[in-house]
Ligand binder design. Sequence first.
Ligand SMILES: NC(=O)c1ccc[n+]([C@@H]2O[C@H](COP(=O)([O-])OP(=O)(O)OC[C@H]3O[C@@H](n4cnc5c(N)ncnc54)[C@H](O)[C@@H]3O)[C@@H](O)[C@H]2O)c1
Length: 269
Amino acid sequence: MGRMEGQVAWVSGGASGMGEATAELFAAEGARVAVADVQEERGRDVVNRIVEQGGDAIFLVCDVAQEEQVRGSIEATVARFGKLQTVVNCAGIVHVGCLHEYSEKDWDRLMGVNLKSIFFSLKYAMSHFREHRRSYMVNIGSVGSFVGQAETPAYTASKHAVLGLSRSIALDYAGDGLRCNCICPGITDTPMLRYHLNTTPDPAATLAQRLRRVPTGAVIRPEDVAQAAVYFCSEGSAGITGTSLVVDGGYIAAAEWETSGPTRFTEEP
Ligand SMILES: NC(=O)c1ccc[n+]([C@@H]2O[C@H](COP(=O)([O-])OP(=O)(O)OC[C@H]3O[C@@H](n4cnc5c(N)ncnc54)[C@H](O)[C@@H]3O)[C@@H](O)[C@H]2O)c1
């Protein structure tokens, strides 16, 4: 028996990175999964892989910043699978630059995708959650939910807000059987990380420099985040709501840190 046997989950950002790993692990743990994303080809590939491995999944084109699209995507999930009790908000974007260089449109777009999307998903999933004694929401924050990050002010603000919103959702809907938690990853090997690194003159050197600040010295794998999502979306975490789980190799545990070189975590186990 998988840890999510019988569940139906909607995973935004499920076409890539952590969302992709989460959709795949959820399916392996017995959930039926709706993969919601703007990247159609990649999303369909994820679904095909899940189905090839004996799982059940659908892909839904959905821009999570658009209320009607989130509503439609959640309704399509329920129409296909008959219910919905799990939502993971993984979709996210980053905008690199200092605040004075932003347009209002840049700000609004980022807040729409990273933050308002959570409001929309809760709004349209809640009536379906209430059909179940237990339901689950996981929102992806960041280490930037706790500390400032250079040249990504809107991203950092959005991720602080994701944590606050997750806590508030946990309080308001605990009576309905919903547990809502936030996962806060550190430097994770996904296309978003590579996009961010590629805005610097020497991406490899930038990554090496950042990893010297990480006690384990290693990048987080999308699968590490997916494992945390399974934990929050199953009864192994029954006593936990309104909290955050930092998955960062120790990155924000210390104000100052520099690894002296490779660690055992940078080698294959
Ligand atoms: N990679 C990191 O180092 C890191 C660290 C901390 C937090 N995060 C957060 O993790 C989450 C997942 O990011 P990732 O690193 O896996 O990146 P990713 O780029 O691989 O995945 C993000 C996914 O979100 C989708 N997306 C973007 N805009 C969308 C929209 N409007 N509607 C629907 N889908 C949309 C993308 O198409 C993509 O599939 C994001 O919220 C990100 O902010 C990433």
